[in-house]
Design a protein around this ligand. Structure first.
Ligand SMILES: C[S@@+](CC[C@H](N)C(=O)[O-])C[C@H]1O[C@@H](n2cnc3c(N)ncnc32)[C@H](O)[C@@H]1O
Length: 246
């Protein structure tokens, strides 16, 4: 399976790490609280973190009581950063694409994936592997870029008024699923667009029951502090799903 490993591009990696160091980023304000709110009780659980990145989440799962966390990521840069910054007894980090999850031994009570599924070409195949690795009754919680954002590849993302204020997002090609090449720190970043129905049907066909979905929006208090996030009222940036292995 063809896979891009963009986080090992040094320019991309440095840009991304800089973004994450700013505490007012959308991950910290919206995605992470929404993801954590969907987690079951992790006490004593075996957790798998797919696309673990630099390991902040894996470490948090241990502090929430997880007995063990296995973090896997396709990027050498990210795994090195995770080992340097977020090593704890109970956590193991492995450099491995999630498309090769069948090479991992054992099963997990809880599988979590934060903002990595939109880099996966064949999500249906990966979900079937996750199902194999999840204990019966176990939980999958994931976030990804919202399907209203993933159709975009180039051009102007917003239609604006004469003062430059955003009026609405330019959405096209929603029904044309598949690869998109975008610019994010560097040219040629590959992501995959899937419709909402495709994502949910792939979960169901893999053997999961969807329990909850979330598209986090800014609260009035947050908007007062960070008015730039009013964009999210036009279209949410993230989609989060909690599913149970039936
Ligand atoms: C946006 S980052 C999120 C990192 C981390 N989950 C977090 O939220 O802090 C996406 C991560 O997914 C990883 N990734 C992308 N494609 C992957 C794949 N096919 N298998 C495993 N990891 C992948 C990237 O290397 C990167 O570390």
């Amino acid at each position: 399976m063809a896979m891009q490993n963009i986080y090992d591009n040094q320019t991309f990696f440095e840009g991304y790490m800089q973004l994450r160091e700013n505490n007012a980023n959308a991950n910290e304000l919206f995605e992470k609280p929404a993801l954590f709110s969907l987690l079951p009780d992790l006490t004593g659980k075996a957790v798998l973190d797919l696309g673990c990145g630099f390991g902040d989440h894996s470490k948090a799962y241990v502090s929430m009581g997880a007995a063990s966390v296995l973090g896997i990521d396709i990027s050498e840069n990210m795994i090195q950063e995770a080992q340097r910054k977020n090593s704890l007894p109970g956590i193991t980090y492995i450099k491995l694409p999630m498309e090769e999850l069948d090479r991992v031994e054992g099963t997990f009570d809880v599988v979590v994936s934060s903002l990595a599924f939109h880099y996966v070409k064949d999500l249906a195949v990966v979900l079937r592997m996750i199902h194999e690795k999840t204990v019966p009754g176990g939980t999958l919680v994931f976030s990804q870029e919202n399907p209203l954002c993933t159709p975009f590849s180039e051009g102007e993302r917003w239609t604006r008024d004469e003062n430059g204020n955003k009026l609405y997002m330019n959405l096209s090609g929603y029904g044309h699923e598949g690869e998109r090449k975008t610019r994010w720190f560097v040219d040629g970043v590959i992501k995959y667009h899937r419709m909402f129905s495709t994502i949910i049907n792939a979960l169901v066909e893999a053997g999961f029951v969807v329990e909850r979905m979330n598209e986090p929006l800014p609260s009035p208090e947050l908007l007062e502090k960070y008015p730039c996030y009013s964009d999210l009222l036009h279209k949410p940036d993230f989609l989060l799903v909690k599913a149970r292995r039936s």
